[in-house]
Design a protein around this ligand. Structure first.
Ligand SMILES: NC(=O)c1ccc[n+]([C@@H]2O[C@H](COP(=O)([O-])OP(=O)(O)OC[C@H]3O[C@@H](n4cnc5c(N)ncnc54)[C@H](OP(=O)(O)O)[C@@H]3O)[C@@H](O)[C@H]2O)c1
Length: 325
């Protein structure tokens, strides 16, 4: 496995990170443990979760994904220092006025709850899930800084920040000598490029911020299993994918199938290989609801796309307005 540095830090992570949002939603605990074990045995050392996963499921209080991971580490006797555990804070975890956000009070309470569920005494990468307009960024960063000083978090990162918000956070960390965001978790894939590429990409490259994109397969659309005039695949996410099934995106899938055949690969593997070909990307966060999906996605690590193939995929999905038009 080609472990790489998480941005400018010395922390080494696998080139794919296993996402666990599907736990307690698309996967029960026993199956989640099986996927986690297969992932770890394949050499993946990087796991991403969030306190709110998967609170959107009726009757699910949140914290379920963290709980499954904590139970798995204990039952499967996973050496804690052999995995890089990333989780997030920001979402609503209760009915109280302070049960959400990035205030000092919520961060201090939320980290204790995450540590309890994960059955560990530290989080490798603690991330702000998205911004909080009610809290000054200095308060958030001071709270994160304290957690790092206390050994409860080792590195901190951001997710869903815009370029100016990320720059502001870097500036505040610099000005007050506080821990800084060393990773960004953006929404990024072949059919959702502009949000990251417009300005965030340049910030991350310039400041050596690790990029760990989420939804690299567009929630399953970029696997090629969503077909025109065919029944939707059996997935909790199928309804949501209907919006992706545009003529343009389906033509992209057809093009990706041609590239896939050339590499004796699958559409999913081409979607991931496209991302892995970009030196700015540290480790895309994949999701898998079965070991078969996991193995297929891991296969992307052996595919090297030619520059012509990358250019062609980029052209097919270009978001820039053509100046000649
Ligand atoms: N920071 C944030 O705001 C944020 C937001 C979203 C996600 N995330 C993180 O990113 C992780 C990944 O996100 P994602 O689940 O949206 O990633 P994704 O890779 O775009 O989609 C994964 C889903 O696609 C389907 N799939 C995956 N591999 C497949 C294959 N080989 N063949 C067929 N279907 C396949 C599975 O769903 P089905 O089997 O149900 O089709 C799987 O759960 C999450 O677990 C979470 O850790 C973060």
């Amino acid at each position: 496995m080609d472990y790489r540095k998480l941005g400018r830090t010395g922390l080494k992570v696998s080139p794919l990170c296993m996402g666990t949002m599907q736990f307690g939603w698309s996967l029960n605990e026993a199956d989640s443990h099986r996927v986690l074990s297969a992932t770890f045995e394949a050499g993946i050392n990087f796991f991403d979760t969030a306190d709110i996963y998967s609170r959107w499921v009726e009757g699910n209080p949140g914290g379920v994904s963290e709980t499954f991971i904590g139970n798995w580490m204990k039952q499967a006797k996973i050496p804690r220092d052999q995995i890089v555990l990333a989780t997030k804070v920001r979402g609503t975890m209760g009915k109280g006025a302070n049960d959400h956000g990035l205030s000092r009070v919520h961060i201090v309470n939320a980290v204790e709850a995450s540590l309890r569920r994960l059955q560990t005494d530290y989080i490798d990468l603690y991330q702000a899930h998205w911004t909080d307009d009610d809290t000054p960024i200095e308060e958030t960063l001071r709270a994160f800084d304290d957690l790092v000083q206390q050994g409860k978090a080792r590195y901190v990162g951001a997710s869903n920040y815009s370029a100016w918000e990320l720059m502001q956070a870097l500036w505040v960390s610099d000005k007050y000598n506080l821990v800084r965001f060393d990773s960004l978790q953006p929404h990024y894939n072949l059919i959702h490029r502009d949000e990251f590429e417009r300005e965030l990409r340049a910030v991350c490259k310039t400041y050596q911020i690790a990029v760990i994109p989420y939804s690299p397969l567009a929630g399953g659309f970029l696997t090629g299993k969503y077909r025109k005039n065919a029944p939707l695949p059996a997935s909790q996410r199928a309804e949501g994918r209907k919006r992706d099934m545009t003529e343009k995106n389906l033509a992209l899938i057809a093009d990706m199938e041609i590239v896939a055949r050339r590499h004796n690969a699958t559409v999913s593997q081409i979607a991931l290989a496209w991302m892995l070909a970009d030196p700015v990307i540290t480790s895309p966060i994949i999701g898998a609801t079965s070991i078969e999906q996991l193995n297929e996605n891991l296969g992307a690590l052996r595919i090297n796309l030619g520059q012509g193939e990358v250019d062609s995929l980029n052209n097919m999905t270009a978001w820039k307005i053509d100046e000649d038009e």
